[in-house]
Ligand binder design. Structure first.
Ligand code: PHE
Length: 339
């Protein structure tokens, strides 16, 4: 019996060593280990053996079975690896074959300008706030100290839903929201869409983008406003660009100013971009009016602040030399692919 088991082991292993394919290995497995085959037959006979040698033969039979099984397993792994390698070789990609260049989308110039400005202010420690496009008359006008009969409140300038709800005309709404929510120190910018009742032309659009800025803390002065905006201008437009603060009026700041920069195209000499002026207006700014601080729950005796607001379209048009604002909304891929 033992000898037959040994022969079986040897025959199986020999055949497996010769086997040239996965199918052949499977065939050998069925021949030797399958239900009706050699080892099974031997096991059946085992029952007839005298009981003193039966356990030992059983042990040998198990060893033979395990050995053949292990051998088959290893053989299978070996073949699978070979097959995989063949497949990989056949399917390898020739990276030198020329391909059709696919059209790849690009960032919209408005998005580009907003993210560049965000990066600059984040590097100065500003947070980025968001506010809703539909807001209250209180946040858009009342809390911002706009007089009851200020022209910007007119139906002909502002899109109203109801007496109390409108499409915000400026991102200054987020000043009010942030001051009501947070305690000073506050240092934030807030980009977003605004809406005004304008007929579209080369420089007007009823929907446009602004970036608001607000800093409120103890001892904030006009000098802080100037240095912050000058830092921004030199980081965004370049070191050689000069700024000029021109007195202006906004209900929510006192004093107020409009900020001009020397024309980056002609460097102040006068050209088509600056319309011969040498200077270009880029934003409105000022010291937060004490009424606004109080309207938003901030002690105006303890805290002061500055705010600014810039038109993103205007800055994008200046930066990229875009002559008609409407190009920014038409989504013509021939235009958009230039940026
Ligand atoms: N909200 C003003 C505008 O829309 C801009 C501005 C913001 C001015 C903050 C001063 C301070 O014109």
């Amino acid at each position: 019996m033992k000898e037959r088991l040994e022969n079986l082991r040897k025959a199986a292993i020999d055949q497996l060593k010769e086997a040239g394919s996965l199918d052949r290995v499977e065939e050998i497995r069925i021949n030797f280990l399958g239900k009706k085959n050699e080892l099974a037959n031997l096991m059946k006979e085992m029952g007839k053996l005298p009981s003193d040698i039966r356990p030992e033969m059983g042990k040998v039979a198990n060893e033979v079975r395990t050995e053949i099984e292990n051998f088959i397993e290893n053989k299978k792994i070996e073949f699978k690896e070979i097959l995989l390698n063949e497949k990989l070789e056949k399917e390898s990609i020739d990276v030198t074959i020329p391909v059709d260049v696919r059209f790849v989308g690009k960032m919209h110039p408005i998005t580009l300008v907003i993210s560049e400005i965000e990066k600059i202010f984040m590097s100065m420690g500003f947070s980025i706030e968001e506010g809703p496009e539909v807001d209250t008359v209180a946040n858009n006008f009342d809390r911002l100290n706009a007089p009851k009969y200020h022209p910007s409140r007119e139906m002909s300038d502002t899109f109203y839903f109801t007496e109390d709800l409108l499409l915000r005309t400026q991102t200054s709404t987020v000043q009010a929201r942030t001051m009501m929510r947070d305690k000073p120190p506050i240092r934030m910018i807030s980009p977003g869409r605004c809406f005004r009742y304008d007929t579209p032309d080369a420089t007007h659009s009823p929907m446009f983008h602004q970036i608001e800025g607000l800093v409120v803390a103890e001892n904030i002065t006009l000098a802080n406003l100037k240095s912050t905006l000058e830092t921004f201008v030199s980081m965004f437009f370049g070191d050689d660009i000069k700024t000029k603060f021109r007195p202006h009026n906004f209900p929510f700041t006192e004093p107020s100013a409009e900020v001009d920069v020397t024309c980056f195209k002609c460097n102040g000499k006068g050209c088509s971009i600056c319309k011969g002026e040498g200077w270009i207006e880029i934003l409105g700014a000022g010291m937060v009016h004490p009424n606004v601080l109080e309207n938003c729950g901030i002690d105006s005796k303890k805290y002061t602040g500055f705010a600014f607001g810039m038109g993103v379209e205007r800055i994008a048009m200046l930066k990229y030399g875009i002559e008609d604002i409407r190009l920014l909304y038409e989504n013509d891929s021939r235009f958009l692919s230039q940026f």
